[in-house]
Every structure is written in structure tokens, then in C-alpha cells.
Design a protein around this ligand. Sequence first.
Ligand SMILES: [Zn+2]
Length: 107
Amino acid sequence: MCNCVNVKMGSYDNQIVFLRPKHMIGRTEGTTSNTICIDKCIAEEIRYLWSLKVRTTGCCCGHNKQGGYIGVIDKDIEIMKKLGYKVHFNKNNLNDESNFIPKTYAK
Ligand SMILES: [Zn+2]
């Protein structure tokens, strides 16, 4: 699991704010803001994905309470699979393969 201690689900504790990366300017998934908040535990991993031009839609480290995920746009699902990411299946929609298990603490 991750490094969070006593971080509530949905809280913005333990986050880092980044400027929206250039390759995601104009996208509206997750947020339309010029800044994007990332859980500290997976921030390095997200920045790495951004460096590969992956377009993320949202993410959560899971705060040591549940599995985290990294969401990407449909067009980037193949890139994630090529990078070796495993799909984090959505129990409510098993056809949805747009979320992945962070490698930062995947076992
Ligand atoms: Zn965490």
C-alpha cells in the first residue's frame, strides 16, 4: 500500500499541486483547472506518465485504505497496457478499462 497515515478518503491532505501539463491543456476530464492535485504517494509516477504524454483523468493513491488508481483517457489505454499496467476494474462496469493500478506500490 502507500505512505498515507490517517488521510481520509476524498480529502485533499497529502496532495501536491502541479500546473496542468502542456499535453493536457484544453482537456476537461476530472478537472478543467489550470492546476492538478495529485496524491503525494503517486505524484512521481503521474509525472513520469505525463512525460510520456499520457493523458490522465484522475488518480488516487488509495490513502492506505483501498487500492489506488490512475485514470487515463480511452485513447491512452493501450499505452498504459504496453507499459505493463494492470487494469483496475470498476465493479460497476467491467467493460471500463480506463483505470489502472499504480505501480508505485503494486505488489
Ligand atoms: Zn497515499
